[in-house]
Design a protein around this ligand. Sequence first.
Ligand code: NAP
Length: 320
Amino acid sequence: MKAKNCLIFGGSGQIGTHLIRKLTKNNYKVTVVTRNLHQKSYRIKTQANAGYIDIVEANIFDEKIIRELFSNAEICINLIGILFENKKGNTFKNIHSLFPSILAKLTREYNLKQFIHISALGINEATDSNYAISKLEGENNILKNFPAATILRPSIVYSVDDNFTTNFMTLLSNLPFFPLYYYGKTKFMPIHCSDLVDIIYHVLSKNISSNIIECVGPETITFEDVLKRLLKLIDKKRILIPFPLFVANLSAKLFELLPKPILTQDQLRLLKYDNILSGKYKSNFQLGIPSKRFFDEEVKKYCYMWKEGGQYSTDKYSKN
Ligand SMILES: NC(=O)c1ccc[n+]([C@@H]2O[C@H](COP(=O)([O-])OP(=O)(O)OC[C@H]3O[C@@H](n4cnc5c(N)ncnc54)[C@H](OP(=O)(O)O)[C@@H]3O)[C@@H](O)[C@H]2O)c1
């Protein structure tokens, strides 16, 4: 069977690298677009066997290059997303609203078979977050220009390559206390990256179209519980302190001065809303693609790096 050509934007990220591995193992050929070949190609190209992957360095708004890539593609997948804006044109509007709309128009113009876009859970509710507003606008632009697109809305995605559990474990290891925003009551349904990739693969291989799918893991966990579980996994004790909102805002303002802020004011606003199934759209469970991986079991596989003793704290060494 001839391999299908899949054009991937954002393939160097957490979800992208897992996805490349899954697709190329299953006879898809991928073309991955990155802004920086020098920095990212090593990570991207090790995810697939030679012959199944092409890597192209491009500015995603360079119409000539992007058109050329579309002329050879059958499927387009957009995984590009940012958590904070910067002054170099990386605005939520450009990345989450404008770019997906360009992709949707090109998908229609070049007659591609499928367009899959990764959005985010809870964006209808978080009406005061610029991140959520831009993601929602992006979805609307896509559906206007290519109604057959499939939009996946994941809750927080975790894995050894994430910016979530790994950052928290680093902060929990280094700080004597940790702030509980909104009293730690915000709920999440974290989904393991491999489960999300299985959903994307299912959508592709079963030709699912014209859907918004909410993608969640099997458990609902509060922010406080996430921190407590991580502390237990790394075998550390820390004080979790509820932060009054004005202190939280002040700290976010200070973090925003860093080139890669660990928390922005916009993220703080987003954190106010539960990140769980809305009931308005189909979930991966309803579509017969349940998530199978549980938070503690998965994080246990890589959390030893934050434990006293590092790899020597794992079962295989303690049994000797
Ligand atoms: N991770 C989560 O918990 C989560 C939850 C809900 C939704 N999502 C969404 O899922 C998608 C993928 O997430 P991820 O965790 O895999 O993200 P990630 O690891 O941060 O990767 C993001 C990708 O976007 C590309 N990118 C970032 N800014 C760009 C820009 N200005 N121009 C061009 N490319 C840019 C990067 O590519 P290069 O650096 O190679 O150019 C990178 O490959 C995003 O849309 C995100 O919003 C993620």
